[in-house]
Design a protein around this ligand. Structure first.
Ligand code: SF4
Length: 147
């Protein structure tokens, strides 16, 4: 199936303009919005679905465990939210998922290295990894055709 033919799409909610980012802002992306026009969209924010507040302390994955910058272990909330988001996409029949880059939940190809120093490493966030394991086709905004 070509990307353009997908009719049901899961999307990181912040890309659609939802203010669910850790800072309280969004990652609204016009390319994503144009691509989603006329399609059924299922917005998900795994961190909010895991019960975390907005705004919240930023988190990174360190040695496989999600920790926030205050040194608190938030791994359970991230994994619970990722599972809930995946269930929603599977239930809704999502054919592909568009994910916000570099997030400890939604990042697909790169994530921060866990030191809170801005260094990126190859890897996926908790939700992106789960969605790929479940066989969902995952993309970043730059992979979309520029309509
Ligand atoms: S968890 Fe995903 S959807 Fe939620 S704010 Fe972070 S990148 Fe966006």
């Amino acid at each position: 199936m070509s990307i353009r033919d997908a009719k049901v799409i899961g999307v990181s909610a912040c890309l659609l303009g939802a203010r669910c980012k850790y800072s309280g802002g969004s990652n609204r992306n016009e390319r994503v919005l144009r691509f989603c026009g006329g399609k059924r969209v299922i917005p998900v924010c795994p961190e909010v679905m895991g019960g975390l507040p907005t705004p919240r302390i930023p988190s990174e994955i360190a040695g496989g465990t999600v920790m926030n910058r205050a040194g608190e272990n938030v791994d359970d909330a991230f994994r619970r939210g990722a599972r809930a988001a995946l269930d929603e996409l599977l239930k809704g029949g999502a054919e592909l998922v568009i994910l916000q880059p570099r997030s400890p939940s939604c990042g697909l190809r790169q994530i921060y290295d866990g030191s809170f120093s801005g260094r990126l490493i190859p890897g996926a966030g908790v939700f992106a990894a789960l969605a790929q394991e479940a066989g969902l086709r995952c993309l970043e905004p730059e992979d979309l055709p520029d309509l």
